[in-house]
Design a binder for this molecule. Structure first.
Ligand SMILES: Cc1ncc(C[n+]2csc(CCOP(=O)(O)OP(=O)(O)O)c2C)c(N)n1
Length: 367
């Protein structure tokens, strides 16, 4: 990529791009690689970096990230506005004919059409080295010649395994895994309460907890797509049904992706919304790429946003104690639970469909 003329790399990771993300993380030095808060923010970084260096940036993303880039791409980078070259690398989840989860199906169907509608020239990245290099050079050159964004669309299994050399840094003092923390939290939540959980493994682990404990799934809304929006789904439920306690179970990557929502939730004083952030400092669900989760002070941010109670815990005892304390306070509350990254290798996926989830959840919320 650097031979082809790319300057910085930025983006939001995806499991389909896990191998290239590991390679970029290892090879790009310092400020040349930033994992962005969301894909739209990555367009901002790419624009700034281009204006400071004259080199186009490369932006990697899952195709669901197209939703986040549309505005900065069309109202800033487009040739009709500032005309900024950049190369998008888009993981094609839900490619027609390739089996994938429900949240990827529609996005997969419309990915190429969206690029066409936005006037972004694209090529599918070939899966052999020489052709891939040629296509990459061609698309960088096109971006530079036309002064506009171009794209490489990446099919599943395009990249071979990348063996990282650097040992993983982890928070030495943490002892709970996310799945253990979740089961402690769910133990403390009553059957009539409501749970809205975030995109990725958190929701998959909740689904398995309910299966294991034969509890049914009606009280959980799994937010399988729309990363970063589960807190506002929870707020929407809490605002509209004050008789139910609503527990939002979020991830650090998801909170950071749309952090502005904390300011909105923090103002809600209905007293029936409790926000958990399971912070492992990683985008664990898509390969464990770092977030700034351990570099920021989530409870302090929450307090500044208006949450009356916001604390950080990392042990079973503290989780139980804090949940019991805050759940009946009647105030906007956030509990950051710091956990170790990683998940069971045999973790399953929900066996119910999103429509079934919505119907049973609505029946539960309205009961
Ligand atoms: C807009 C968008 N970008 C990227 C993704 C891919 N994705 C799914 S889960 C996930 C990581 C979520 O991280 P976090 O919220 O910290 O939870 P964790 O996986 O660490 O439990 C990502 C990047 C997505 N689903 N949607």
């Amino acid at each position: 990529m650097s031979d082809a003329g790319i300057g910085m790399c930025t983006g939001v990771p995806d499991s389909l791009l896990k191998q290239i993300c590991s390679c970029i993380t290892e090879k790009a030095c310092g400020d040349n690689h930033i994992i962005a808060a969301n894909e739209g923010a990555a367009v901002g970084l790419a624009i700034g970096s281009y204006m400071a260096t004259g080199k186009p940036a490369m932006l990697y993303m899952q195709n669901s990230g197209l939703g986040n880039i549309i505005n900065p791409l069309l109202s800033l980078a487009d040739p009709k506005v500032y005309s900024i070259p950049m190369l998008l690398m888009i993981g094609w989840r839900g490619e027609p004919g390739v089996k994938d989860e429900p949240q990827h199906v529609k996005q997969g169907e419309v990915t190429l059409k969206m690029l066409e509608a936005m006037g972004v020239p694209y090529q599918i990245l070939p899966n052999c080295d020489e052709d891939a290099q040629q296509v990459m050079r061609q698309m960088v050159k096109m971006a530079v010649d036309l002064n506009k964004p171009t794209a490489l669309v990446v099919r599943k299994n395009t990249f071979e395994k990348y063996q990282t050399q650097e040992p993983e840094k982890s928070e030495a003092k943490l002892s709970l895994k996310r799945e253990q923390a979740l089961s402690i939290i769910l133990d403390e939540i009553d059957a009539e309460d409501v749970v809205v959980s975030t995109t990725g493994m958190i929701s998959r682990e909740i689904f398995e907890y309910r299966e294991k404990n034969q509890q049914g799934h009606a009280q959980d809304f799994l937010t399988v797509g729309g990363m970063g929006h589960c807190s506002q789904i929870a707020l929407g439920v809490a605002l509209s049904n004050k008789n139910k306690k609503v527990y939002c179970i979020d991830g650090d990557g998801a909170v950071i992706m749309h952090m502005g929502s904390l300011g909105i939730s923090g103002q809600y004083q209905g007293g029936n919304l409790i926000h958990f952030v399971l912070n492992n400092g990683k985008h664990d669900s898509v390969g464990g790429q770092s977030t700034v989760g351990f570099d920021i002070d989530v409870p302090a941010i929450a307090k500044a946003c208006g949450y009356k109670e916001a604390v950080s815990v990392d042990t079973e005892e503290a989780i139980r104690q804090e949940i019991r304390r805050i759940k009946n306070l009647g105030e906007a509350a956030l509990l950051e639970v710091r956990v170790l990254p990683g998940a069971r290798s045999d973790l399953g996926r929900p066996t119910t469909t999103p429509i079934e989830n919505k119907k049973s959840f609505m029946a539960h919320v309205m009961s």
